[in-house]
Design a protein around this ligand. Structure first.
Ligand code: FES
Length: 214
């Protein structure tokens, strides 16, 4: 469910999807004069900095909660990344930065945070439920083999109470932003139970007859 807010400036519009925000603080640290949660009333002030800087900070929001629109052109000011990446966050979600589809729907801000603790009420997206005790350092125990042809678009398929199937070329990064491998296909755990995180090991099916068999 989208909870979109619009903040209009002279030349740009900042769109904010509250349902995607997990309060990482990247925007408030990056441009505190624009993204100011301490002021009364509206918290986004698009004209308080150069429009290109506002667009840069919006494009860097790791969850895709922020988008910056050029008013004259009516177009998004973010470009898709040159390389698709999936980064594991310690004790938290997966940050995906890619030209991507999730279950055949395009993600137009090119960024999402996907749940890997299994507790989100907004599956497949992170809703900060991992703060209730999910622990995983985000190190990667093994390197997965390439299993599919390269592709320009990243396609993510969700499975009820089961993994995220990733198809398309991407770089996997650990929680310290070290490259683990490049791959074209993976099955990543989103239930929080796998013993080989970030990969699915089938543990989602144990004691859970609601799981889709994968
Ligand atoms: S989704 Fe977690 S083990 Fe398969």
């Amino acid at each position: 469910m989208s909870r979109m807010h619009h903040y209009e400036g002279e030349s740009i519009i900042v769109e904010f999807d509250l349902s995607r925000c997990i309060h990482t603080g990247d925007c408030t640290r990056g441009l505190p004069e624009v993204f100011d949660t301490h002021r009364r009333g509206r918290w986004v002030h698009p004209d308080a900095a150069d429009a290109a800087e506002v667009a840069r900070i919006c494009a860097a929001c790791p969850t895709g909660a922020l988008r910056c629109i050029d008013k004259a052109e009516g177009e998004l000011m973010h470009a898709p990344p040159a390389q698709h990446s999936i980064q594991i966050v310690a004790d938290g979600p997966l940050y995906v930065h890619a030209d991507m589809y999730i279950d055949d729907r395009p993600e137009t801000a090119y960024r999402v945070a996907l749940c890997r603790c299994g507790k989100s009420r907004l599956m497949p997206f992170c809703d900060e439920s991992h703060r209730e005790g999910f622990r995983n350092a985000g190190k990667v125990p093994l390197v997965m083999p390439d299993q599919a042809p390269a592709a320009d678009i990243l396609c993510i398929t969700t499975h009820a109470h089961g993994p995220l199937t990733i198809e398309g070329t991407f770089t996997l990064l650990d929680s310290e932003a070290h490259t683990v491998c490049q791959s074209n296909r993976a099955s990543l755990c989103s239930c929080g139970k796998s013993n080989i995180k970030p990969y699915c090991d089938g543990s989602h099916a144990l004691n859970d007859n609601r799981s889709e068999s994968i």
